[in-house]
Design a protein around this ligand. Structure first.
Ligand SMILES: N[C@@H](CCC[C@H](N)C(=O)O)C(=O)O
Length: 293
């Protein structure tokens, strides 16, 4: 039986999503339906699909509510191949914009909104050019696998970082090397992490630190979506990796240039340890209705 799905297309630094609202949690899509929606030739075209579900109506949402009773909405995130991800840094800003635009939530200047995700509850606040999401605690994880990518002459060591979802960050020599990468091909990790990983390639800007702010350029091959114009959690992992490599005295504020724009990353001390926050734009582009089989 076919049914109509009312959706909104949104994007943050060119990382684009199809969003729809399913407050009761009655319209879970299959991986095949998600892949069809995200197909750039035969569907709407997107890097991922985000379902807005009331946390009370989803098992993962119940855990979010237990953690923070204000996390009334859950960001149910899927990659373009239909696989689930725990977290999406660009997605959570676009999701917040969507909730506000649909009249599903309020966010006054100076306030924050709590959102349930599979990587626990995240809080989002407004900034001058969009939103900032506190992505919480981070950790070095996933070891240092060797990374092979098309057009890289030799394998390079990566650094595993978990910011709610898994990342491997690889330092490249210069812009020329970054631009020459062919990320239409899936880079190979040795060893391959059990749950896969998003892979970021980074180069420092010249100078690396300008006026107390670290500056890097990044390209990404996302788990479940391939090369995208931006990955928010990837930008965060990249800034954390470069700060780690730079050692003592490296800044806590970073500006990450991605093919789709610029993201801000800030590390700060919270009660439970060091958190990392991501800031950047979020835009809703158009609304539509899809008939799904
Ligand atoms: N683009 C997102 C990350 C989306 C999920 C990722 N592909 C995964 O599988 O973990 C971002 O902005 O963080």
């Amino acid at each position: 039986m076919s049914f109509d799905l009312r959706f909104t297309k949104g994007q943050g630094t060119g990382n684009d999503f199809v969003l729809f609202s399913d407050p009761e949690g009655e319209s879970e899509l299959t991986p095949t339906q998600i892949a069809a929606i995200c197909d750039r030739h035969f569907g709407v075209g997107a890097d991922g699909v985000i379902r807005a579900v009331r946390s009370a109506n989803l098992d993962a949402g119940a855990a979010a509510l237990a953690e923070n009773p204000h996390a009334g909405w859950f960001m149910d995130y899927y990659n373009s191949d239909g696989s689930v991800s725990e977290m999406c840094g660009n997605g959570i800003r676009v999701f917040t914009k969507y909730l506000l635009d649909q009249g599903l939530a309020d966010l006054h200047p100076g306030d924050e909104i709590a959102i349930g995700t599979r990587a626990s509850v995240r809080t989002v606040s407004r900034t001058s050019n969009g939103f900032q999401a506190d992505l919480g605690l981070w950790r070095l994880d996933g070891g240092e696998p060797l990374v092979r990518a098309k057009q890289l002459p030799v394998a390079r060591p990566g650094l595993g970082i978990d910011v709610g979802n898994p990342h491997i960050v690889v330092a490249l020599a210069d812009d020329e090397e970054l631009e020459s990468l062919d990320l239409g091909f899936q880079p190979i990790l040795d060893p391959e992490p059990v749950h896969g990983a998003n892979i970021e390639f980074v180069v420092p800007a010249e100078p690396l630190v300008d006026d107390g702010v670290g500056r890097i350029r990044m390209r990404v091959h996302e788990r479940g979506s391939g090369e995208t114009l931006s990955c928010g959690t990837g930008a965060v992992a990249s800034a954390l990796a470069v700060r780690h490599w730079a050692g003592a005295g490296a800044p806590n504020d970073w500006r990450v240039q991605v093919p789709g724009g610029v993201l801000g990353v800030r590390m700060f001390q919270a009660d439970d340890g060091e958190h990392v926050a991501l800031s950047g734009p979020a835009e809703l582009v158009f609304d539509g209705v899809l008939t799904l089989a």
